[in-house]
Write a protein that binds this ligand. Structure first.
Ligand code: NAD
Ligand code: UDP
Length: 318
């Protein structure tokens, strides 16, 4: 009998999901990658597709999916960039509710462990800084971000109810802003926008006065944290993110420096409900998962910029 685990990864053709597929495949598991390719792409998994332990299934998790023999499920399916999750907000909510119920049902049938990719957005525009897992958040239930923020809060509720009612082995990771290679050129989030603009010699578009803060984690660190959570015996939410906080203006300046760009920073209106600050308290991850982010920003930005240079077909002649 094979000792390989059968791991289902939804959203596996997306940015974080494709890195997770690669990591868990390299660890010697069999991976089923389920994705409807809304924001994901087959290019992200083209390096895995020839591996006989890797299977891609084009499927939308808002429709039921039946399969036997699954040991673990990582539920990452959901558009993550504000511009994408707001294209069809009702669909975003369906993915976070009906989709999540479908995956929890699948886990229950298989008696599989299941992890939900939740988000720092469950804290909304936080009044507690940095955010600990105990903070219940300050979320507008009626705004343009609500389909995602409240959708993810409901995903967490569903996970906890399956844990209490069905004794399912659940994990909830609250992911803070993550960046790295395989983010899309048209992703719309701050780091991809700034790198693309800097490389093209366009103005960098900081929203508001750029004083709002975020804390950016490199994708390999995040994937390691997610994996450590899945193999832990923790069932309540854990923050995973890099606690080094900076303003968006500072990030724009860093990217100008790292790309040797002569672009300028221009200021555009701040989107409604844009959180003013965000920084994870990672005490729980340090204590229970022995996890700490390792990749410094300069290093992470370098590989991310190289990825965008490739995407934009920018040749370097030095
Ligand atoms: P992404 O948009 O690159 O990946 C999401 C993937 O899910 C895509 O491949 C998309 O095609 C797929 N998908 C969307 N709806 C689906 C559906 N109904 N059925 C099947 N597949 C579907 O985003 P990402 O940055 O890789 O985020 C992955 C997960 O992590 C998301 O759940 C997101 O909410 C969470 N997260 C990400 C961040 C971050 O900074 N990247 C922060 C917090 C939480
Ligand atoms: N942002 C910006 N310019 C951009 C894209 C985003 O100033 O071109 C800001 C955005 O308003 C937010 C921060 O950068 O304050 C992070 O945005 P992102 O979409 O990356 O993630 P969020 O934390 O909002 O989900």
């Amino acid at each position: 009998m094979s000792s390989k685990k059968n791991i289902l990864i939804t959203g596996g053709a997306g940015f974080i999901g494709s890195h997770l597929c690669k990591r868990l495949l390299n660890d010697g598991n069999k991976i089923i990658c389920l994705d409807n390719l809304f924001t994901g792409s087959e290019n992200n998994i083209s390096n895995l597709i020839d591996n006989s332990d890797f299977e891609f299934v084009n499927h939308d998790i808002t429709k039921p999916y039946y399969r036997e023999g699954i040991d673990e499920i990582y539920n990452l399916a959901c558009p993550a960039s504000p511009i994408h999750y707001q294209i069809n907000p009702i669909k975003t909510i369906k993915t976070c509710t009906i989709g999540v119920i479908n995956m929890l049902g699948l886990a229950k049938k298989n008696n599989a462990k299941i992890l939900q990719a939740s988000t720092s957005e469950v804290y909304g525009d936080p009044e507690i800084h940095p955010q600990t897992e105990k903070y219940n958040g300050n979320v507008n239930p009626l705004g343009y971000r609500s389909c995602y923020d409240e959708g993810k809060r409901c995903s967490e509720t569903l996970f906890m109810d399956y844990y209490r009612e069905h004794n399912l082995n659940i994990k909830i990771v609250r992911i803070f802003n993550t960046y790295g290679p395989r983010m899309r050129i048209n992703d719309g989030r701050a780091i991809p926008n700034f790198i693309k603009q800097a490389l093209r010699g366009e103005d960098l578009t900081a929203y508001g006065n750029g004083s709002q803060t975020r804390s950016f984690c490199y994708v390999s660190d995040l994937v390691d944290g997610i994996y450590r959570l899945l193999i832990s015996d923790i069932n309540d939410p854990v923050n995973i993110g890099n606690p080094i906080e900076m303003s968006i203006k500072q990030m724009a300046e860093k990217i100008l420096q790292a790309t040797n760009s002569h672009s300028k920073i221009t200021y555009l209106p701040l989107p409604v409900d844009d959180p003013k600050v965000r920084q994870p308290n990672i005490g729980k991850a340090i204590k229970y998962l022995n996890w700490n982010p390792k990749i410094p920003l300069n290093e992470g930005l370098k590989t991310t910029i190289e990825h965008f240079e490739e995407q934009l077909n920018i040749k370097k002649y030095d």
